[in-house]
Design a protein around this ligand. Structure first.
Ligand SMILES: [Zn+2]
Length: 267
């Protein structure tokens, strides 16, 4: 009955109101080396899924066209700089990935000023809002015209909270948008704790060029987050779940707003 509340929301078809059928996969690059980014892209292709990847820097792998990958921006506003103020951080990334239509801030650092700057830079959506394991995550149209998505699961937080590596520990079977986020370096290292990942990444002042042989030596050979993420993807596959680009949902939301405006104007 409560599903009636969503009947006017054009995105309710993605809210899994009756059963789990739609999931959105995302990935925050966080300055991962090329081979780590590539390992995520290849895995998702193997499953026939789509993924939204939020870029932190210029990556040749991400600049290549992959049908199942949609690129957004992952600006870092946590390190203030005199010359690269908020707007520059968005614009610099937009210059590298001019077709990107959305963003997620590094560490979810987001406020009205950033939303306005993102909108001015031509972005249409943001997915910086995190509601850990909450049901009923949705998308809403912000005052400035940006579509704002809430996401509900992330690899590092799963480890930090000491959650078990059991798909049932993720709130997948409740209604709501199911946006799941991973990080290539954590995935590549197959870490079983964030401390494992930190001990490795803190050795590099520029992680993007960390030599593959060195990183390969640090891969956790026991059960880790990569094994768990594959279990999640297997679960989605057996349930016949479909995956989407956030840009697709954004267009549906914005087009329906246009349609409503036209109808109220009688055109
Ligand atoms: Zn990040």
């Amino acid at each position: 009955m409560e599903h009636n509340y969503f009947k006017n929301d054009p995105l309710s078809q993605f809210y899994n109101l009756n059963k789990l059928d739609s999931v959105i996969l995302t990935c925050d690059v966080d300055w991962a080396p090329e081979y780590a980014i590539e390992s995520v892209i290849n895995l998702i292709a193997k499953y026939g899924f789509k993924i939204n990847i939020f870029a932190t820097h210029k990556s040749e792998v991400l600049l290549k066209k992959h049908e199942h990958v949609n690129i957004g921006l992952h600006p870092d506003f946590t390190r203030p700089s005199q010359k690269d103020w908020f707007d520059k951080k968005i614009l610099n990334l937009k210059e590298i990935y001019p077709n990107s239509k959305g963003m997620r801030s590094h560490r979810n650092f987001f406020g009205q000023n950033i939303g306005d700057l993102a909108h001015q830079a031509g972005l249409k959506y943001d997915v910086s809002f995190f509601l850990w394991n909450e049901p009923y995550c949705q998308a809403h149209l912000d005052y400035n015209g940006m579509v704002r998505f809430s996401y509900f699961w992330e690899d590092g937080i799963h480890l930090d909270l000491g959650k078990s590596f059991d798909v049932s520990s993720i709130n997948l079977e409740s209604p709501g948008l199911k946006i799941l986020n991973i990080h290539p370096i954590l995935f590549y290292l197959n870490s079983d704790t964030e401390d494992h990942r930190r001990a490795v990444t803190s050795q590099y002042s520029d992680l993007t060029i960390a030599p593959k042989l060195e990183i390969d030596n640090e891969i956790n050979r026991g059960y880790g987050i990569q094994n768990f993420y594959k279990e999640i993807l297997n679960y989605l596959k057996t349930k016949n779940v479909k995956t989407y680009f956030l840009e697709e949902l954004t267009d549906i939301k914005l087009n329906s707003k246009l349609l409503t405006q036209k109808m109220s104007l009688g055109i």
